[in-house]
Design a protein around this ligand. Structure first.
Ligand code: MG
Ligand code: ZN
Length: 216
């Protein structure tokens, strides 16, 4: 029984990777830069996306977002209210986006006109790691409000992402968290090779550095 389950899981992941590769090719053919944001509920993914998109639009880029959530359109509405065009992508039951859902969402975006797509994954630090979507960069966003143990508890997502961001550093003191502990855990996990970037999306601190890290 267990072996069968492992086999099925392997097929699902293999199929996802195939579709992710075809998404990537489609996006490249259209000259679109795509960034995926993963992270817990409340880590600040939506706010960060809105702040990045504002800066990208000022540079003259046509940006669109895909708002992934289990149900509801709260994030899509927030994005639209900020002036960011957004497609809603509800998973129904699943706690992560997969490449096939993204492929369907891409049909609702004018790829000819679009320069960049920002994808917000469902709030979850576990399974999104296993399901690449076809983006240029996978970004994981955590916040000081989640405690100082996020890197120690969730190795996979940090190892499967290209860029890690620690958000809400402006309220670290108030929640009794030392950001340097988190940054050091990440540095150690990545063999001393990678730096976690710090920001406060709401207070607009550190956003310009993230723009340049993501080559936006
Ligand atoms: Mg959100
Ligand atoms: Zn999941």
């Amino acid at each position: 029984m267990h072996i069968v389950q492992v086999g099925m899981e392997y097929d699902v992941l293999k199929e996802n990777n195939k579709i992710a590769n075809s998404n990537y090719r489609l996006l490249k053919e259209n000259g679109i830069k795509t960034i995926e944001f993963m992270g817990s509920i409340g880590s600040g993914k939506t706010t960060l996306i809105i702040k990045l998109a504002e800066r990208m639009r000022k540079k003259g880029l046509e940006v669109c977002a895909i708002a992934g959530d289990v149900t509801g359109d709260d994030d899509q509405r927030r994005m639209r209210e900020s002036g960011l065009e957004a497609v809603n992508c509800n998973t129904g039951h699943e706690c992560h986006l997969d490449a096939n859902l993204v492929r369907k969402s891409l049909k609702d975006i004018d790829l000819d006109r679009c320069d960049a797509i920002l994808i917000e994954n469902v709030g979850n630090l576990v399974c999104p790691a296993d399901f690449p979507l076809g983006a240029d960069y996978r970004v994981v966003v955590i916040s000081t409000t989640e405690g100082d143990d996020m890197v120690r508890k969730h190795h996979d997502i940090f190892l499967h992402s290209d860029v890690a961001i620690l958000n809400k550093v402006d309220i670290a003191d108030a929640v009794g968290v030392d950001p340097s502990v988190i940054v050091e855990d990440y540095r150690r996990l990545t063999g001393g090779l990678k730096t976690m970037y710090m920001c406060s999306a709401r207070a607009e601190e550190g956003i310009d550095e993230i723009m340049s890290v993501l080559r936006l």
